[in-house]
Design a protein around this ligand. Structure first.
Ligand SMILES: Nc1ncnc2c1ncn2[C@@H]1O[C@H](COP(=O)(O)OP(=O)(O)OP(=O)(O)O)[C@@H](O)[C@H]1O
Ligand SMILES: [Mg+2]
Length: 356
């Protein structure tokens, strides 16, 4: 076998828990061939023994399938993280806490949740930023009425615009609204790093990170760039959505991100005429899911036209109608999240930066 053929086999091996292969992630350090012996050095970012174990078995299987058994596989792992709050890389040391808002599938309300939770935390006295990390479909600017905002800079850093007491940065502010983004992994990683290196965030208590749907490059890059203190999973109550939400939970567990809780969005509909509650997608299905991973339900947010209208017109409900039932639920969820962050001993993210 040639080195290229060996690399081709390795590029079929996914990094456990992610949709990326170990070659494109840059984890294959060396490939050598001596007689019928193949030597492979991997350098991975997780110290978890089960990750190395899974890779060993996947690689052995892939080579066995083409009749190759003599594989000397050497996996280099970072030393296990210490149980302290300061571990891992932090590209933005002025930011105290990072909260990642994720979901297994699209359109369940991550951005709506991120925007309203961020504003709620600001209303509760925290210094808050929102990073729209959905570089494929950024919509935080519209939801915050910032879609026509022009960016200013100070020195070589971009100043994040502010709305409703939060600092906001989004790919949507850099790109034309319709500009399609067809980017590959390494560019996403680079872009995400720029969001920290080139943005004057200043001192923040919390940076909320609104993620693209699923579990991919953006999640992995952010967990490498920052010590994520808490993950929030957004789901709708249908069983199929809950199945997807489980994947988001698995991702947090694999990245050692403590799960602050689950937001069940579009949970029932409160009729504006009679106040009767209708369970359109069912309701409460997330409880079992949360219990499974020892997390809390942070809030059940009903389907409400005002939420959608507020999102479309840049007038988030938590700010514009703080006495509504929905706003109260967001504020309560923010309370719960803030106490989780206070009690959490920093980050458990054990994915260390790779040398790129
Ligand atoms: N509880 C709700 N009631 C009514 N409309 C809602 C609710 N939550 C979200 N929406 C609306 O549903 C749509 C999708 O929500 P949102 O953009 O927040 O989802 P998302 O998970 O961020 O989507 P994507 O995966 O595309 O990033 C938006 O138009 C939003 O206004
Ligand atoms: Mg979104």
């Amino acid at each position: 076998m040639t080195e290229n053929e060996i690399r081709a086999v390795l590029s079929g091996i996914k990094y456990p828990g992610f949709d990326r292969d170990i070659v494109s992630l840059g984890f294959v350090r060396r490939v050598a061939i001596a007689g019928d012996q193949i030597a492979i050095d991997l350098e991975i970012t997780s110290s978890a023994p089960e990750i190395a174990q899974t890779l060993r078995s996947d690689i052995a299987k892939a080579f066995a399938a083409i009749g190759r058994k003599n594989i000397a596989l050497n996996i280099l792992q970072p030393s296990p993280p210490k149980e302290t709050s300061s571990r891992g890389r932090n590209l933005a040391p002025n930011i105290k806490r990072f909260v990642m808002i994720s979901s297994g599938k699209g359109g369940v309300g991550k951005s709506t949740t991120a925007v309203n939770l961020a504003i709620a935390a600001a209303m509760q006295g925290k210094r808050v930023g929102l990073l729209d990390a959905d570089i494929y479909g950024p919509n935080a600017p519209r939801m915050l009425g910032l879609e026509n905002e022009r960016l200013n800079s100070r020195g070589d850093k971009v100043i994040p615009p502010e709305a409703y007491g939060i600092k906001v940065m989004s790919m949507g502010m850099i790109l034309e609204p319709s500009q399609a983004l067809i980017w590959r992994g390494p560019m996403i990683i680079k872009t995400i790093e720029q969001f920290f290196n080139d943005v004057a965030w200043g001192d923040l208590d919390i940076l909320f990170m609104d993620m693209p749907p699923g579990t991919g490059d953006a999640q992995l890059s952010l967990a490498q760039a920052t010590p994520v203190s808490a993950g929030v999973v957004v789901t709708t109550p249908q069983t199929v959505a809950l199945d997807d939400a489980r994947r988001a939970i698995d991702m947090f567990i694999k990245m050692r991100i403590p799960i602050a809780g689950v937001i069940e969005n579009m949970s029932g509909f409160i009729c504006p005429c009679c106040n009767k509650e209708y369970d359109i997608f069912g309701k409460g299905g997330s409880k079992a899911l949360a219990q499974e991973c020892g997390a809390k339900i942070l809030a059940e947010i009903p389907i409400e036209p005002a939420i959608r209208e507020g999102g479309d017109s840049g007038k988030p409900i938590v700010f514009h109608n703080p006495s509504s039932e929905t706003a109260k639920r967001y504020l309560k969820a923010s309370d719960r999240l803030l106490s989780f962050l206070e009690n959490a001993e920093g980050s458990n993210a054990d994915i260390q930066p790779t040398t790129r």
